[in-house]
Design a protein around this ligand. Structure first.
Ligand code: 0CN
Ligand code: SF4
Length: 330
């Protein structure tokens, strides 16, 4: 007779891909380079990415995070976050003669361009996303007269659209793929003429992290997602893990938030992290788990990522100038 599988062996299933995406990497480096090139303070409108540790670390190095550009001294340098800004924010920055560095992720900019094009064609844009999230404010701000934000599938029934024959949907980049597809299904039921965006708005990183956590979740008694509370893509990973069959799933900003009571009867723990989460925070979580007897770590990889974006053009230009000055001195 075959031996029964040993369900009491403690192990960790570590999702891959997890953590930093290309847009976050670029945005964080943009602030670091701005500090190196120009010295502190460098102002940043909103959190550069939605991660407490990243914001705290950059603050210690001289970044000053503000809510709006009117808090930035006239003529100073300000970085726009990875989540993008509306044209109104750009105008407000121009009014104060601010030197702007645009760290908007190129995949967010792509959605802005779609919004601009559809508004020009006089279509109504049903923007699936969360009201109040910076990315949604930025995208909707490209065409406020033409955009209606749809927060969830349940929002669909209450929508009022002036020309139901001329509607298109777009979305925030960091949503749950499954929930968004459900929203689209409900939208199409109500508006059969609904047009699709030219390509996926939910970005590759969001999708890949959801696919990886879905793969390991059914085997997990507990899934720990590292990420901050305001990080849409991180919070979605908890929901996706639960929907995919994890017995329990929790989000933590850092290892110290892990609670003893989560581990009763737990043999397999899944670990993943959002697109704005530095790997060091995941390492700390793995150390904590090892201390609880979860020393065996198996990686569950569902994709390999090698996308990289070039730095914002303002930073590239400043780096070139610095390089030329150095060459002159040599
Ligand atoms: O956590 P993030 O900074 O942002 P959201 O998931 O809340 O959108 O991750 C980077 C995403 C972008 C843009
Ligand atoms: Fe860009 Fe996606 Fe990363 Fe957001 S999560 S910064 S859209 S790559």
């Amino acid at each position: 007779m075959d031996a029964m599988p040993d369900t009491t062996t403690k192990r960790v299933l570590l999702a891959a891909p997890r953590g930093y995406c290309a847009g976050v990497d670029r945005a964080v480096i943009a602030v670091e380079k701005a500090l190196e090139l120009h010295g502190a303070p460098i102002y940043v409108r909103k959190e550069i990415v939605h991660n407490k540790y990243v914001v705290e670390t950059l603050s210690e190095r001289g970044a000053v995070f503000v809510d709006e550009t009117d808090e930035v001294p006239e003529g100073a340098r300000v970085v726009f976050s990875a989540h993008g800004v509306s044209p109104a924010v750009r105008e407000a920055a121009d009014q104060r003669n601010l030197l702007t560095i645009d760290a908007t992720c190129p995949l967010v900019t792509k959605v802005h361009k779609e919004a601009i094009r559809f508004a020009r064609d006089e279509r109504t844009i049903l923007l699936i996303g969360h009201t109040g999230h910076e990315e949604v404010e930025g995208t909707a701000g490209e065409a406020p007269e033409h955009t209606i934000v749809v927060n969830s599938p349940d929002d669909v029934d209450g929508l009022e659209v002036s020309d139901p024959e001329n509607v298109v949907w777009l979305s925030q980049t960091t949503l749950s793929v499954d929930e968004t597809m459900e929203t689209v299904r409900r939208l199409r039921e109500r508006f059969p003429a609904l047009q699709d965006p030219p390509s996926d708005d939910i970005c590759y990183a969001t999708q890949n992290r959801q696919v990886a956590v879905k793969k390991l979740a059914p085997d997990c008694d507990l899934v720990v997602v590292v990420g901050s509370a305001n990080s849409s893509n991180s919070v979605r990973l908890v929901e996706v893990a639960l929907q995919a069959g994890a017995t329990t799933a929790y989000r933590v900003d850092r290892a110290a938030e892990i609670r003893d009571e989560w581990f009763e009867g737990v043999a397999t723990v899944g670990v993943t992290s959002g697109a704005s989460v530095p790997e060091i925070l995941v390492r700390d979580v793995l150390d904590d788990l090892a201390g609880r007897g979860f020393e065996t770590v198996e990686e569950v990889r569902t994709a390999t990522e090698d996308l990289m974006f070039s730095l914002p053009r303002e930073i590239r230009a400043d780096l070139k100038v610095k390089e030329a000055e150095r060459a002159m001195r040599a």
